[in-house]
Design a protein around this ligand. Structure first.
Ligand code: MG
Length: 472
């Protein structure tokens, strides 16, 4: 493998189409994936392919299809779909793998390739590494003209997915609540299916940016406060009960309360986590061995722990990244897992983060428990601080190598140290601090929550001081 060359980043292959994600690259990723599957399994393999609304998708779909066919795999085309539908289809159609062509929340000129396992979970870093090795070796399986793969167009999978989504929520409760919902899928992959699902659930719906368009003319596909101003305004002015937004490939969801206020990411995750524990208890009444575990990442806030305490749930923190959350869900037999970014996984439905299901489940939650603003406001506020300390790559590696000792020496009321991804220290009063190096840039980030503003400042000052003192 050429030095410094790394095909896969933190979420599959991603880059600008003309520079990095080219048809040549995509063709060879198709061959590499087929070669990898050929080494693992006997017989003919099926690979599901879906894509979001980007203008370059059909071009890349043709390239990856050619590579897969040449190396002997059948291709099951499911067209323009949300990412979770690829994960779902691989599992449902008993395919060997799935490919989603998307650059998620990145702007129009980007595209990317994300690969899915037969259980509907994203490829792990070690699987990606194996694909990468084959890609750079260029030793691809050649099926020969008599054994090349075939293409199948699978139309009905969208309907099956929508039916299963509606079966996964309490439809009667949603219908009875007669909710008004405003949806903004950013003209991305959720544009077709998300409005249909919300309407079929019995809600009145207003859509904006719901025409599929790879130029994302209405807004940037990252669902953050700056990009959701129109949605926030329309929710407030139309007397809606809730606003729902997706990112470009609809594996994420963000909710707006009935006053037009964007949810705090941590608080939204906390109320859904609590709800998933309650929902699972209702379904499994009398089963004492029921898992009440919820997975989140090391950067998630204290309100997760506090909300779950009320229902006897347990929070387990893992490394940042949805694949890490998915792997931990399986390892720990957890009932739910999510990152504060809105990337949430429901193992009762599938192992792929699902923004469409998150949308309909937050609607279900509001239907059953009342106003979103109240649910969010009931969660205690802590003072959170995020701060970057810019440094050289060498200094970053050096200071992180010693971080656990530096932090544990600097504070004296520590109850827990977690060094699974950076170093996270929890204090007796519940406050916590995480020091984590950026994976792609030259800085170290301090993320923390304090029980009081003074406590937060105190923890920040000490953490920043010991990092700065140890940079050279
Ligand atoms: Mg996404």
């Amino acid at each position: 493998m050429p030095e410094n060359k790394k095909l896969f980043g933190t979420s599959g292959i991603r880059g600008k189409v003309e520079d990095e994600v080219t048809t040549n690259l995509t063709l060879n990723v198709g061959k590499a994936l087929a070669t990898y599957l050929d080494k693992k399994e006997e017989g003919k393999k099926d690979v599901v392919i879906g894509y979001d609304t980007r203008t370059t998708n059909e071009m890349l779909e043709n390239a990856i299809t050619a590579g897969l066919l040449e190396s002997g795999c059948n291709v099951l085309k499911i067209g323009m779909v949300p990412t979770p539908l690829v994960g779902y289809a691989v599992d449902k159609l008993k395919a060997s793998a799935g490919v989603m062509l998307t650059a998620s929340h990145n702007p129009s000129e980007y595209n990317g390739i994300k690969i899915w396992n037969k259980n509907g979970m994203a490829y792990t870093p070690s699987q990606e590494e194996e694909i990468e090795k084959i890609y750079y070796s260029e030793e691809f399986t050649e099926a020969g003209w008599e054994n090349i793969g075939e293409i199948y167009h699978i139309e009905e999978i969208k309907q099956t997915y929508m039916d299963d989504l509606l079966n996964a929520v309490d439809i009667d409760a949603i219908k009875n609540a007669k909710l008004k919902v405003v949806l903004d899928p950013a003209s991305g992959a959720g544009s077709e299916i998300s409005p249909l699902v919300i309407r079929m659930a019995g809600c009145e719906i207003i859509t904006l940016n719901s025409q599929s368009d790879g130029f994302f003319p209405g807004r940037n596909p990252e669902p953050n406060e700056a990009n959701l101003q129109d949605l926030m305004e329309i929710v407030a002015k139309s007397n809606a009960d809730i606003g729902i937004a997706h990112d470009g490939d609809a594996d994420r969801m963000m909710a707006i309360d009935e006053n037009g206020r964007i949810s705090d990411f941590d608080k939204l995750l906390a109320i859904m986590s609590k709800y998933m524990v309650e929902k699972s208890e209702d379904k499994n009444e009398g089963n004492d061995s029921l898992s009440k575990k919820v997975i989140t990442t090391v950067d998630a806030g204290l309100c997760m722990d506090e909300s779950l305490k009320e229902v006897g749930g347990k929070v387990i923190r893992t490394k940042v990244g949805d694949v890490n959350v998915a792997e931990s869900i399986i390892e720990e037999d957890a009932i739910f897992g999510g990152e504060p970014s809105g990337t949430w996984i429901y193992p009762d439905f599938g192992m792929c983060p699902d923004g469409i299901l998150s949308g309909i489940r937050i609607i279900e939650l509001v239907a059953k428990k009342g106003k979103l603003s109240k649910l969010l406001d009931d969660i205690p506020n802590y003072t959170s601080i995020r701060e970057k300390i810019i440094c050289s790559k060498e200094a970053k590696i050096k200071v992180m190598g010693n971080m656990e000792k530096l932090l544990t020496d600097a504070f004296d009321d520590i109850v827990n140290v977690n060094s699974i991804d950076g170093v996270r220290i929890a204090f007796e009063d519940g406050s916590w601090v995480l020091v984590r190096p950026s994976g792609t840039e030259d800085y170290v980030r301090i993320t923390l929550e304090g029980k009081t503003p003074e406590r937060a400042e105190f923890i920040k000052d000490i953490s920043a001081k010991i990092i700065n003192e140890n940079l050279d």
